[in-house]
Write a protein that binds this ligand. Structure first.
Ligand code: SAM
Length: 246
C-alpha cells in the first residue's frame, strides 16, 4: 500500500470513521499537543442534549463558549434549589446566559430573580487577583440582558457596584445565589451578604472557584468558608458549590 493510500484512509477515518475511533485519535493527538488536558469518558450523553445545545448556541456569548459544562451543572443544581423557599440572585450577570437558565427553572414558582451587575464590567482587581483581569473587562449593555429575559416578569435589576446595590434586597431570603464576578473583593462581599440570607438547603454556586485566571475568587471562598460548617465542593467544571446546612 502506498503512503498516499494510507494518508487517504486516515483522512477518511478522521472525517467519517466510527465515533469512538475518532475520539481516541483526538485524545492521542491532544496528548501530543497539550499533555495536561485529560479527556473525560467517551459517550457522556449531556453533550448530545439537543435542547441544551440550542440554548448554549443561542444565549452564551462567543467569549464564553467553553462554559457548556458549567451552564449544564448550574441548570441541574436549580432542580435542588427550587425545592427550597426564597428568591434567586446572580452576582455578575453579564448578558444573562446563566440568569436565563435560573429564570427558566423558577418560572411559575412565585420566586423573584435578582440581577446584580455594574454593566460597566469588572471593578478594580486587587493584589489577590493576579494579572489576568483589568478594571472594565466584560463591560456590556444592560439592554442585552433585559431583552434576553423579557419574557420573565419576575426579574429585578440592580445596576451598580457590588456590594452597594445589595441593600435593595436586605429583607429577602434566598434559595440560590450564583456568584460570577471573577474577583476577590466582590466575591467576598457577595458571600458575606448572601450566606446569612440563604435558607437551609439553599445553593451557593461560584462560577470562578477552580480557575487559575481567578485566584481571588477561590481565596475569597476559602477564607469565607474556612470558618463555616459547610464544605466547598470543588466541581471538575471549575465551579465551587456550597449547600447551606443550618
Ligand atoms: C463573567 S461575567 C458574568 C457572566 C454571567 N454570570 C454569565 O453566566 O453569562 C462577570 C460580570 O461581573 C460583573 N462585575 C464584576 N465585578 C463587579 C462589581 N464589583 N460590581 C458589579 N458587577 C461586577 C461584570 O460587569 C460582568 O458582567
Amino acid at each position: 500500500m502506498t503512503l498516499f493510500k494510507i494518508l487517504k484512509m486516515f483522512r477518511h477515518t478522521l472525517q467519517s470513521g466510527p465515533e469512538y475511533t475518532r475520539y481516541v485519535i483526538a485524545e492521542v493527538l491532544t496528548r501530543f499537543i497539550y499533555k495536561p488536558y485529560k479527556f473525560s469518558e467517551f459517550g457522556r450523553v449531556f453533550l448530545n442534549d439537543a435542547g441544551f445545545l440550542r440554548y448554549h448556541d443561542r444565549y452564551v456569548s462567543k467569549n464564553n463558549y467553553r462554559s457548556l459544562d458549567r451552564k449544564y451543572t448550574l441548570d441541574q443544581l436549580m432542580k435542588l434549589a427550587i425545592k427550597v423557599p426564597g428568591d434567586t440572585a446572580e452576582c455578575g450577570a453579564y448578558q444573562g446566559a446563566s440568569s436565563f437558565l435560573i429564570c427558566q427553572r423558577i418560572a411559575g414558582l412565585k420566586k423573584k430573580h435578582h440581577v446584580f451587575d455594574s454593566f460597566e464590567g469588572l471593578s478594580a482587581p486587587s493584589t489577590e487577583d493576579g494579572s489576568y483581569w483589568t478594571k472594565g473587562d466584560l463591560t456590556t449593555d444592560e439592554q442585552l440582558i433585559r431583552d434576553r429575559l423579557k419574557s420573565y416578569n419576575f426579574v429585578a435589576y440592580h445596576k451598580g457596584w457590588i456590594p452597594d446595590t445589595f441593600q435593595h434586597v436586605q429583607s429577602k431570603a434566598f434559595c440560590f445565589v450564583h456568584i460570577d464576578v471573577d474577583l476577590f473583593q466582590p466575591t467576598l462581599d457577595s458571600l458575606r451578604f448572601f450566606y446569612p440570607k440563604m435558607n437551609v438547603r439553599g445553593v451557593i454556586l461560584c462560577d470562578d472557584y477552580g480557575f487559575s485566571t481567578c485566584p481571588g475568587a477561590k481565596k475569597a471562598m476559602d477564607i469565607f468558608f474556612g470558618t463555616k460548617n459547610e464544605p466547598i465542593i470543588h466541581l471538575t467544571t471549575g465551579q465551587g458549590l456550597v449547600i447551606k446546612s443550618t
